[in-house]
Design a protein around this ligand. Structure first.
Ligand SMILES: Cc1cc2nc3c(=O)[nH]c(=O)nc-3n(C[C@H](O)[C@H](O)[C@H](O)COP(=O)(O)OP(=O)(O)OC[C@H]3O[C@@H](n4cnc5c(N)ncnc54)[C@H](O)[C@@H]3O)c2cc1C
Length: 465
């Protein structure tokens, strides 16, 4: 990398220039889209007519400052590359989403989450400043305060509808060599949510500090919390990058330990448990399946192929199977209502397993309370549990495609929760505006994209544009 000046470099400036020039060539009225190699969006989108924006040279780490514990990172840098660069200094981002090819810009604008979120909030809460190419074609540096504080606040959950982050300065935290894991089983969901509440308040369990917390529900009578603690000592280190499958280990082991690098990508190898859909968990096929293909981006490409060609759907139809509704969602429910949601979900939707990940808006040291973010208005001081489920259900006779997703949206709203927008959404415009800060989004858009060149948030999230 060429000489780095205050987190920027000559190459970086050139790459941003290329992006700006490619933006200028998109004809007015044509949809604007990033020409990225990978994506973790799940909803199918209308095919673009114009070439995507050139993001060449915007996928790297510009600088890591081990003393200030910050990194300057380009907007399209994947977490896989970012983690490699920071672990070399014994540091990691405060929250590392589980899928290797999620980019920093994508996680900040599209809301990432992971097991450190009960302490550190969401990825956008450790952004110190960011350069954004706005819809008006200008490059501005947005910070929590100052001239572009409105853009800084509205950027999380704007999904690229207000501009594209080209460089972000983020905070980092120190790590140790291993993460020691305690897999704690709960037979009653109310006890599990009580435990989440306690760990979130005390940051410990049974007298041992907890640095990371997530879990899995197989059924209401069988759910696990995984309590992670950074350590430099580990007696037996697990490995789930080969034949062993991580999520299954929760049912058979009460203690485990992983190298920190392997812990961060523990869910990527089998895309949580979704690799089962491709047969990759069958012992014979698993041995034949090349290790380099045991990655979420490979599975995602297979899913995109199915979205385009509908091969499995056609085979199902030929076999007389009912059509299926895609149910791929992450929702946030207040911890006090999480057991109720999970019981409802098990009885009504019935998909299993589901992922559980507690979160709380970040309360930085010295601050009296967390700040809130208008386009995803979680309440400061309140603990939520992210519930993730990714699969499909048969469409019942007399029901329509989308009914199950609509029921989930209604139940989550009734329980005071929120839904992420990376997948299918069915809200009407008025409800969407109320739930996702519509008035703020419009005001910020008028300032930074007065000609409405970028696709609107509702159009992206609900109308699949
Ligand atoms: C099955 C599944 C499970 C998921 N589970 C998790 C999870 O457990 N934890 C988690 O953290 N997240 C999860 N996600 C969500 C994921 O973090 C978001 O979808 C995120 O936005 C993806 O980032 P990406 O870099 O792949 O962005 P893309 O998929 O490429 O783009 C997503 C959106 O962000 C916009 N965008 C991308 N880069 C930028 C940028 N630099 N500036 C502005 N806008 C930009 C794009 O225009 C697009 O609208 C999951 C997604 C899926 C599909």
């Amino acid at each position: 990398m060429s000489a780095v000046r205050a987190g920027r470099s000559v190459d970086h400036d050139r790459a941003v220039d290329l992006l700006r020039r490619s933006y200028a060539t998109v004809p007015a009225g044509e949809p604007v889209r990033l020409a990225k190699r990978t994506s973790n969006l799940f909803r199918p989108r209308a095919a673009p007519r114009a070439p995507g924006l050139d993001v060449t040279g915007l996928g790297g780490v510009l600088a890591v400052d081990p003393v200030a514990r910050t990194a300057d990172v380009q907007g399209m840098c994947t977490y896989e590359d970012l983690v490699d660069a920071t672990l070399a200094h014994g540091l990691m981002p405060l929250v590392v989403p589980q899928l290797r090819t999620i980019t920093l810009g994508g996680a900040v604008t599209g809301l990432g989450i992971e097991s450190t979120s009960f302490r550190n909030g969401l990825p956008h809460e450790s952004v110190v400043e960011m350069d954004v190419l706005t819809g008006a074609g200008e490059l501005v540096t947005a910070r929590p305060d100052g001239e572009h504080a409105d853009l800084f606040a509205a950027f999380p959950n704007s999904l690229g509808s207000l501009g594209y982050a080209t460089r972000l300065r983020i905070e980092l935290q120190p790590v140790r060599r291993y993460v020691a894991l305690r897999n704690v089983r709960f037979r009653r969901l109310a006890e599990l949510t009580d435990a989440i509440d306690e760990i979130t308040r005390t940051r410990s369990w049974a007298g041992v500090e907890v640095d990371a917390l997530d879990g899995v529900m197989f059924s209401p009578g069988e759910a696990y919390l995984v309590l992670g603690t950074f350590t430099d000592e580990a007696e037996r280190v697990g490995d789930y990058t080969g034949q062993a499958i991580y999520y299954r280990s929760l049912r058979t082991r009460t203690r485990d330990a992983l190298r920190t690098h392997d812990y961060l990508w523990r869910w990527d190898t089998d895309w949580f448990w979704c690799s089962a859909a491709f047969g990759v968990q069958h012992p014979v096929l698993r041995r034949l399946w090349p290790a380099r293909w045991r990655r979420s981006d490979v599975y995602h490409r297979l899913v995109r192929f199915e979205h385009r060609h509908r091969v499995a759907a056609r085979i199902d139809r030929l076999r007389g199977q009912p059509p299926r509704e895609r149910v791929v969602q992450d929702v946030e429910v207040p911890v006090a209502r999480t057991a109720e949601f999970l019981h409802w979900f098990a009885a009504t939707v019935g998909m299993s397993p589901v992922w559980l990940c507690p979160l709380r808006l970040r309360e930085p040291a010295g601050a009296s309370s967390a700040r809130s973010w208008p386009l995803y208005p979680l309440q400061p001081g309140r603990t939520y549990v992210n519930v993730g489920f990714w699969g499909s259900v048969p469409i019942a006779r007399g029901a329509a495609d989308g009914d199950v997703n609509r029921a989930i949206e209604a139940t989550v709203a009734r329980l005071g929760g929120h839904k992420s927008l990376y997948s299918d959404a069915y809200y009407d415009r008025e409800s969407f505006d109320r739930l996702y800060g519509g008035a703020t989004w419009r005001a910020v858009r008028e300032r930074y994209d007065p000609d409405h060149r970028l696709t609107g948030l509702y159009e992206k999230a609900v109308a699949r544009r």
